[in-house]
Write a protein that binds this ligand. Sequence first.
Ligand SMILES: O=P(O)(O)OC[C@H]1O[C@H](O[C@H]2O[C@H](CO)[C@@H](O)[C@H](O)[C@H]2O)[C@H](O)[C@@H](O)[C@@H]1O
Length: 396
Amino acid sequence: MDLNSTNVSPVLTEPAPINKSRLGIHSSLLPYSQSGAPFTSGILSIPRKKPGKLDDVRSNGWLDAMKSSSPPRKKILKDFNVEVASDDSDVEYYSWMLEHPSALNSFQQIINHARNKKIVMFLDYDGTLSPIVDDPDRAFMSDEMRSTVRNLAKYIPIAIISGRSLDKVYELVGLTDLYYAGSHGMDIMFPVRDTAFADPSNCIKSTDQQGKEANLFQPAREFLPMINEVFRTLVESTKDIKGAKVENHKFCASVHYRNVDEKNWPTIAQCVLEALKGYPLLQLTHGRKVLEVRPMIKWNKGKAVEFLLESLDLNNRADVLPIYIGDDRTDEDAFEVFREGILGHGILVSSIPKETKAKFSLRDPSEVQRFLKSLVRWKENDELLKSINKRSLEFQ
Ligand SMILES: O=P(O)(O)OC[C@H]1O[C@H](O[C@H]2O[C@H](CO)[C@@H](O)[C@H](O)[C@H]2O)[C@H](O)[C@@H](O)[C@@H]1O
C-alpha cells in the first residue's frame, strides 16, 4: 500500500444521504455532527474535506494521536518510601497533581463530601482494575483487587463500564451483584428488579450470566451487522501485519497496535481508514495503543453513567455522590458529566500528566485498589459506629 500515493480516496467526504430512519435509531441518538463540526472528546476530529480532496493517516493526525496514546513505562525512584522527583517528568507530574490531586491524599476531603450521601461507584476495567499488558486476552485483575471490589459492593452500588464486550468484561471481573456496561456503554445489562425507573420501551428482556431475568439497553443495536462486517474486513486487511490484533466487542471493533513495530503503524492506520470508507455512520476513537471503530451515535461512557443513575433513580439527587475511575480518553466523557450538571468526582488513573476533566488522580491500578480498600474500611467503621449507636440507644 503506497501511503504517499495521491490516489488514496478521501476518508470522510460529505456523507451520502442516508435513510437514517431505516436504521430505526432514535433521532436523539443520531450522529453528533453530520455537518462538519469536529467531534467531541475522545473522538477524533476529522474535518470534512471537499469531494476529491485526498486524505491519509499522516495528514489527518491519526499517526500523532497513535504515538501519544499510551504513556511510556517509567521507573519511579523511591527513597525511604518517599517518592522523589527523579527527572523533569517527575517534576511535571507533581505540578500536574496540584491541579489533579491524588484521590488517596484527598481521601478525607472525598469522604467529607460523601458523608450522609450514597456513593455510587463507576469503574473502568483495563488500566483501572487491571494493569495494561501486551496481550489483551491476558489482562487479568488480581484476586486481591477482585475481593476488594466484592467487599465494596456490599456497601455501595458498583458499575463496571468498559470498552470491551459485555460478556468479556463480565468474564474478566467475575462478580455478580455489580452492574455491567460493555462496548463503551452501548451494551448495558441490569437486573429486572432495578428497572422501576427505566423506560421499558428502551430495553429488551434477556437473562444474565446466572440465568436470571435481566434488561438490556443497546442504543446501537441496529449497527450490529455493520460492526461485524467492518470487523471481518479489518481482520483480513491486518492479517499480515505482525503483532496486530483485532477484537470484536459487539458494538465496536478494536485494532491493537501495541505489539506492532512502529514503522508499520501507518499501515495499520491506513487499514482502518480504508475500512471506514464505506461507513459514514461509523467513527474512530483512540484508546491506549488501540484504534476503535464504533457507531457515530450520541452515546458514550458518560451517557451510560447518566442512564444507569436515572434507571436506579439516583440521578440529580443531593444525597447521591457518583465517583468514576478510569484511565483513557473514552473515560473523559464520563468525567465530563460531573463537570456539567451531575455532582460527582472523576478520578483519572495515570502515571503521567494528561489533559483531563477529572478532578482527582491515581497513578495506577495498585493505587486504585488502595483507594477502594480505604472506602471499604471507611464503610465498615461507619456501619460499626451505627450499630454501636443503635445499641446504646436501646440500653438507654
Ligand atoms: O474501557 P476499558 O475497560 O478500559 O477498555 C479499553 C480497551 O481495553 C483493552 O485494551 C487495552 O488494554 C490491553 C490489555 O492491558 C492493552 O494490551 C491494550 O493496548 C489497551 O488498549 C481492550 O483490549 C480494548 O478492546 C478496550 O477497548
